[in-house]
Structure formats: structure tokens, C-alpha cells
Write a protein that binds this ligand. Structure first.
Ligand SMILES: Cc1cc2nc3c(=O)[nH]c(=O)nc-3n(C[C@H](O)[C@H](O)[C@H](O)COP(=O)(O)OP(=O)(O)OC[C@H]3O[C@@H](n4cnc5c(N)ncnc54)[C@H](O)[C@@H]3O)c2cc1C
Length: 279
């Protein structure tokens, strides 16, 4: 049972629902289920009217006595039981499955945000190309060049983060430093910032509904909200970075210790040069 608010593509044939099966275990007591559209316990609730991504239908999903066959439990019963046992014994089961999944899906969200920023940038370049101010082409105005350079640089920075995270996800490299979240955080922030900066550059015309910048500006906002808000991405990145750094430090200390015990005593240098013997 439950109400899922703001589900993007709520009309999809199937939804993955992360549900609590053992409330006292927090995220360790959660499991993911595939729920199909034809399940009698699933119905659509209120349809949202949004400012952006209006081509994607977003609605509430209501689950009432929604029974799901065992084979629609992602990962299977045995894996879930082991996770619950680990949770009960107090042993760490690593990160939550849902959080690890988000780390892999976030680069695609970052890529989508990046597309908005790139489209807004290219449209603005073309728009400004044919215009001039006091006889001087706008693209030769330093104040314009400086903004365009910043937008291009931020887009490239976001793109590299997205590519890195996508490569890691595709090649099964764990994103222990929050690389997936970083790519989505940067992509969303760049899309929002770049569309705003480009609208400022274009001026009053950009406020018109005839100008595509206003659409990209509206579309950009959701990338700071869904799939984990920008604030929450920062928390995820900060926590994963701290854990990863502590592990790296521990590893480095271990290597130093191993090297030190493997070096014969005669070859060991004294920590400090000893004082010369008195004449
Ligand atoms: C159009 C749209 C589509 C969506 N599609 C889906 C979907 O398909 N599937 C799905 O599961 N969800 C979907 N969502 C839900 C979305 O992922 C959540 O709304 C979002 O992650 C925020 O979670 P929340 O609503 O619980 O916010 P809350 O937890 O209520 O947070 C409210 C605000 O407080 C901020 N905040 C909370 N804690 C902190 C903190 N410690 N420090 C600083 N700030 C904080 C948050 O960043 C946020 O800005 C969608 C939402 C929208 C708007």
C-alpha cells in the first residue's frame, strides 16, 4: 500500500517500486518490486501540470492491496532474506541497493540535462551570429564572449563528468566516490545556470514564448529536483568522498607498513641524521 507522488512516465507498462518490507531495519528493510500496469492494485492518481518536461506525463501512483508475484521481486527471495539477516545482525550490507542503482542511473539524467544546456548554447550562438550593436557584431563584444566562454566551459566540465560516470557504469567500476551523483549534480546545475545566463544575454526577447530559451529554462529546473535533489546529491557525494578518502588513507598506511617490514634492517635509513661524534 502507498501513494507515490510525482512519478515521471506514470503510464509506463511497468514501474519499479522500492517498498519497505521490514520497517525497523531502515533502508536494509527495503526491497524492489516490478509492478506491471495491469496489476489491479495499481491505479493512477492526480496528474501533475508541470512548468517543464511537459511531454513526460507525471502523476501519482496509488497502490492499494497491491499483490506482487514472488518472481517480480528484484534480486529474488534468497538475496532479500540474506540482506534482512545481515540487517538484523547489525552487520553492514554496504550501500542500499536503491542508492547504488541511482548512482548508475544518474549519469543518464546528467546527460539529459546536458542536452538542454547544449541546445540553449547552440541556439544562442546562432541567434547572436547575425546581430550587431552600434555596427559591431555581438559575437565580437567582450561582455558576450566572456559569458559564452563560461557557458561552453561549464558544459564541457559537465560532459566529462557524465562520460566518466557512464563509462564506469558500463564497465562495472563501482562509483565509490559518488561519480554518478556528481555527473547529475553538475549537469542539472549547469543546465539551470546556463539557460538563465543565456536568457540574460539575449535580453527581453528571451522572455517571449516564441523564444526556445524559455522552454529550455523551464525544462532545466527539474534536473535539480528529481532522481535526488541537488542538495541531496551534495550529501551523497560528501559522504562517499569521506568514506573513500578514509579507505585510501588506510590502504596507503598499510602499504607503507608492509614496505617498512619488508626492508632489511641494514638498509633502513635512520629517521634523522645522527649528530656527529664529538672530536
Ligand atoms: C516532475 C517530477 C517527476 C518525478 N519523477 C519521479 C519518479 O519517476 N520516481 C520517483 O521515485 N520520484 C520522482 N519524483 C520525486 C522526486 O525524486 C522527489 O520529489 C525529490 O527527490 C525530492 O524528494 P522529496 O519530495 O522527498 O523532498 P523533501 O525530502 O521533502 O525535500 C524538500 C526540499 O528540502 C531539501 N532538503 C531535504 N533535506 C535536506 C538537507 N539535509 N539539506 C539541504 N536540503 C534538504 C530537498 O533538497 C528539497 O529541495 C519526481 C518529482 C518531480 C517534481
Amino acid at each position: 500500500r502507498g501513494l507515490l507522488g510525482h512519478v515521471a512516465d506514470a503510464l509506463a507498462n511497468l514501474q519499479v517500486v522500492v517498498a519497505t518490507v521490514e520497517p525497523d531495519l531502515g533502508h536494509r528493510g527495503q526491497a524492489s518490486f516490478v509492478v506491471t500496469k495491469d496489476n489491479p492494485g495499481l491505479r493512477l492518481g492526480k496528474k501533475e501540470s508541470k512548468i517543464g518536461i511537459r511531454a513526460s506525463q507525471t502523476a501519482e501512483i496509488v497502490l492499494e492491496d497491491c499483490r506482487v508475484p514472488g518472481d517480480q521481486l528484484l534480486g529474488g527471495e534468497e538475496k532479500l532474506q540474506k540482506k534482512i539477516e545481515r540487517g538484523r545482525s547489525g552487520k553492514s550490507s554496504g550501500s542500499s541497493g536503491a542508492l547504488a542503482t541511482f548512482e548508475i542511473t544518474r549519469p543518464t539524467v546528467g546527460a539529459s540535462a546536458l542536452g538542454i544546456a547544449q541546445a540553449a548554447y547552440e541556439w544562442t550562438l546562432e541567434h547572436l551570429a547575425g546581430r550587431s550593436e552600434n555596427g559591431k557584431p555581438l559575437l565580437q563584444e567582450q561582455r558576450i564572449q566572456q559569458v559564452l566562454a563560461d557557458v561552453a566551459t561549464e558544459i564541457e566540465a559537465a560532459r566529462l563528468l557524465v562520460w566518466r560516470a557512464a563509462w564506469m557504469g558500463r564497465n562495472g567500476v563501482p562509483m565509490t566516490g559518488g561519480q554518478g551523483s556528481m555527473s547529475k549534480l553538475k549537469g542539472g546545475d549547469v543546465a539551470m545556470w546556463a539557460t538563465t545566463a543565456l536568457m540574460d544575454l539575449v535580453g527581453p526577447e528571451a522572455q517571449s514564448m516564441d523564444c526556445p530559451l524559455e522552454k529550455w529554462f523551464r525544462d532545466a529546473k527539474i534536473y535539480q529536483i528529481f532522481e535526488g535533489t541537488a542538495e541531496i546529491q551534495r550529501l551523497v557525494v560528501a559522504r562517499l568522498q569521506a568514506t573513500e578518502y578514509a579507505e585510501r588513507l588506510q590502504y596507503a598506511q598499510q602499504v607503507a607498513q608492509d614496505n617498512s617490514s619488508a626492508t632489511p634492517a641494514a638498509e633502513k635509513k635512520p629517521a634523522k641524521e645522527s649528530a656527529p661524534a664529538a672530536a
